[in-house]
Design a protein around this ligand. Structure first.
Ligand code: CTP
Length: 407
């Protein structure tokens, strides 16, 4: 029996999908269709898929072409599936021509003609206009955000605001955006706001944006006091708006995978989380400037605390800090967070260099994530008996390199 496999999102199932599935089926006797999971699609930047995975699976089944439907949930799964199901032919639309040649090592690869003039993206676009994102601030992070945002569909950076005209205009020219120096005028021209301005300006920018009815994504450190943060979340809730801290690590697929594995008990009960982050910054820079709320805590604590809170929750008993202060900023801070049944620590350096890894220790084993763990692309689950470590629990997920449009 000749087995054929093909993959896709199959959102808003259309004639192009039907043609592809029919042609794929004709290549053999048995057709396996891999439908992408919602989280896998989100991880590669397909954020506005309309049908959820169950609806998409049902739609593929209803075509009558698939003998078996499976879910595609991780990078590298195609090779696993080809071997597991003894596949003879891998088929995909010609829009992917060349991208899957690496599978030739495992089976025959066939690029089928794509149906012109139709795609899920087109169907979605017919009923949705793209969100206009406005960037506040034009520094280093904003500069990275704009090109990254192009990998995401359904939203587009259209404007930048910086009270310094030259800065705003230079940035706008570089990325093809509208430049604003006035905040109210800028807010009138966007649907959502990404705050990437200096730390001390976050509160006012977030507040005004929410008051104007705009959704807000705010860079870390979100706000510098608990009461300000509570006020802003209350305001967002009252106005029914999304307010989020821009903590990228929380959305790295491999980081989510770690959290799921830990919750499933793979290392037993979590007893200790150690998260470190150290990046040396040469002076003069705002990170070393007390007047601009610099310091290791404000720069890096949000990411390390994210790991601790995701794994151990928010019901800690106490927190202790040990800092090395120079010119009014902590160039190194170690914090210990004690929970009733666990402990955690974070080690942060901007003027002290140390290892930047994440270690999650449990009663059965531990998870080790090497530096830079906050860009999570690799981790290992390790046990006393090292032979178990080299089993299926080593995961390498190229979270940052593979996005929408990549295999
Ligand atoms: N396909 C096709 N002809 C089209 C659209 C898709 O042959 N007009 C094929 C793709 O090449 C792929 C399969 O259908 O082999 C599933 O693709 P999918 O990504 O779900 O479809 P698209 O409509 O291209 O989706 P999107 O616009 O979201 O990328």
């Amino acid at each position: 029996m000749k087995k054929v496999i093909t993959y896709g999102t199959y959102d808003l199932l259309h004639q192009g999908h039907l043609n592809l599935l029919r042609r794929a089926k004709e290549l053999g006797d048995y057709l396996i269709v891999g439908v992408t999971s919602d989280s896998f699609d989100r991880g590669r930047g397909k954020l506005n898929v309309r049908n959820n995975v169950l609806e998409r699976v049902e739609a593929v089944k209803a075509t009558g072409y698939a003998d078996e439907v499976i879910i595609e949930d991780y990078l590298g799964q195609k090779i696993d599936d080809i071997q597991k199901y003894n596949v003879d032919v891998f088929a995909i639309g010609s829009d992917w021509a060349g991208k899957f040649d690496y599978l030739n090592e495992f089976c025959e690869v066939v690029y089928l003609p794509r149906t012109e003039g139709i795609s899920s993206t087109m169907l979605r676009a017919e009923s949705q206009t793209s969100y206009r994102i406005g960037v506040v601030g034009s520094g280093r992070i904003a500069r990275r955000f704009v090109p990254e945002s192009r990998e995401v569909n359904g939203a587009e950076v259209t404007a930048v605001m910086n009270p310094e005209r030259e800065e705003a205009e230079g940035f706008a020219r570089q990325f093809g955006l509208k430049a604003f120096t006035g905040y109210a005028e800028f807010l009138g021209d966007v649907d959502l706001v990404y705050v990437a301005s200096p730390h001390l300006t976050h509160y006012e920018y977030v507040k005004e944006a929410l008051m104007a009815g705009k959704h807000v994504l705010c860079e870390i450190p979100f706000l510098l006091s608990r009461s300000e943060a509570e006020k802003m979340f209350a305001l967002a809730e009252e106005k029914n708006l999304v307010l989020m801290e821009a903590s990228k690590t929380a959305y790295c697929p491999a980081f989510g995978h770690i959290v799921t594995l830990v919750k499933s008990g793979i290392i037993g009960d979590v007893v200790d989380v150690q998260a470190s982050l150290s990046k040396m910054v040469p002076p003069p820079t705002r990170e070393l400037d007390a007047a601009q709320a610099g310091g290791a805590m404000t720069e890096h604590a949000p990411l390390t605390l994210l790991a601790i809170v995701k794994l151990l929750g928010v019901d800690w008993k106490d927190v202790n800090f040990h800092s090395l202060i120079k010119d009014g900023v902590d160039i190194y801070t170690k914090g210990v967070v004690n929970y009733p049944h666990a402990t955690a620590s974070f080690t942060l350096g901007i003027g002290v260099k140390t290892e930047g890894n994440l270690v999650i220790s449990g009663t059965k084993g531990y998870i080790y994530v090497p530096a830079p763990w906050w860009l999570t692309d690799f981790f290992e689950v390790r046990y006393e008996d090292q032979r178990n470590t080299s089993t299926a629990t080593t995961a390498r997920v190229f979270a940052t390199r593979f996005r929408n449009g990549s295999p």
